[in-house]
Design a protein around this ligand. Structure first.
Ligand SMILES: *Cc1c(COP(=O)(O)O)cnc(C)c1O
Length: 366
């Protein structure tokens, strides 16, 4: 319900439909009744409770890593990871379409930030060969505004050859991709020895809130000792951790959720392709429709809202100028009929926006 109107939400990152799951809600309520609403202090003072500890163990097990460390948000986890692993005098290399928190982590580290063209590992290799000590190469696993996947195998090779830490922020892959939902790394068949630093968020596929870094014992110990966004902030509430534990369990018990969200994403793509809509190259539940200007994107947003769909225009500077878009995200909770209806309305809305605003041809590949 938005301002008294019922809308179908095609903009949230609740990919598995767990944010409103009765068991997740009940876990949060029960824990709040036992432990209270807030944790009262930072993890290293007295804020760390048994729900945090259990969730960390379960996340380590889920990701197949020795240890996981909870953070209040993915933004803070990325600040922590990069600022801890890189320092002044070194370089941090990021994909040009990396999430803002990776960029800010690099800035906070004091290292020199260099950005390579999107998924262009040749350009990355050239940048590495130009010299300078590269401390960290960081990338989204699935790019948040485009839905495409990073060329992980190639990044692993380059990070290894240049002795840099490789960080993969799998905010949109975890829970969704891979044979058992372990994300982009599982899909690519990569492990701890390939990608030493894995960042995951819990506010997306897991439907709750928070984030973690998973890796070897030494890495996690370093984070505990050195990262300011871990040490100097209140621990996330235990009821949030309890809700996440339940969500993680449901995600494991019910593989149909990720199969369904991927099937619905495929259905959306097939429909949108038949309707000749300008899609990006994405095989994930993030499906942008590239409109090429803020005005066109807003026009489409308005018309969809009118038709009962909650779809948000993504404009510059969140995406590069000329690639403004509406970003559709799918959830296991959607029905086939809702997806088909969205495609139908998108087709009309895009045609009208095209007429009203000239489109920059050639931007449709994102
Ligand atoms: C959402 C997102 C984050 C931030 O996570 P929060 O827990 O919402 O702070 C980090 N990286 C990527 C790629 C994201 O999409």
């Amino acid at each position: 319900m938005v301002a008294g109107r019922q809308l179908i939400d095609f903009s949230s990152n609740d990919y598995l439909g767990l944010a409103h799951h009765p068991r997740v809600i009940a876990a949060m309520q029960d824990c709040a009744a036992r432990c209270g609403a807030g944790s009262g202090a930072s993890h290293l003072v007295t804020g760390h409770g048994s729900e945090h500890a259990r969730l960390e163990e379960e996340l380590a097990q889920f990701t197949g890593r020795s240890r996981a460390l909870l953070f209040s948000t993915g933004y803070m986890a990325n600040l922590a990871a990069i600022a801890t692993l890189a320092a002044r005098g070194e370089h941090v290399l990021l994909d040009r379409l990396s999430h803002a928190s990776l960029i800010d982590g690099a800035l906070l580290s004091g290292a020199r930030l260099r950005r390579y063209p999107h998924c262009d590992t040749r350009a990355l290799e050239r940048a590495l060969l130009e010299g300078g000590n590269c401390a960290v190469i960081a990338t989204d696993g699935v790019f948040s505004m485009d839905g495409d996947r990073a060329p992980l195998e190639e990044l692993v090779r380059l990070a290894r050859a240049h002795e840099a830490w490789l960080l993969v922020d799998d905010a949109h892959g975890l829970g969704v991709l891979g044979a058992t939902g372990r994300g982009s790394l599982e899909l690519a068949g990569l492990g701890l020895e390939d990608v030493p630093v894995l960042v995951g968020t819990l506010g997306k596929a897991f439907g709750s809130f928070g984030a973690f870094i998973a890796g070897a014992d030494d890495l996690i110990e370093l984070m505990i000792q050195r990262s300011r966004t871990y040490r100097y902030t209140t621990a996330l509430p235990q009821p949030v951790a309890a809700a996440t534990r339940q969500a993680l369990q449901i995600a494991r018990e019910e593989p149909w959720r990720r199969e369904r969200v991927l099937a619905l994403s495929g259905r959306f793509r097939a429909g949108a392709t038949a309707a000749d809509l300008p899609l990006a190259r994405s095989s994930t539940p993030i499906q942008p429709v590239i409109l090429g200007s803020s005005r066109a994107a807003l026009l489409v947003q308005e018309q969809l809202l009118e038709a009962g769909f909650w779809v948000i225009a993504i404009r510059s500077p969140t995406v590069p100028r000329g690639s403004e878009r509406v970003r559709i995200t799918l959830s296991a909770e959607h029905t086939e009929a809702q997806v088909d209806a969205l495609v139908e309305h998108l087709e009309g809305a895009c045609a009208r926006a095209r007429k009203a605003v000239p489109i920059l041809e050639g931007e449709a590949d994102g």
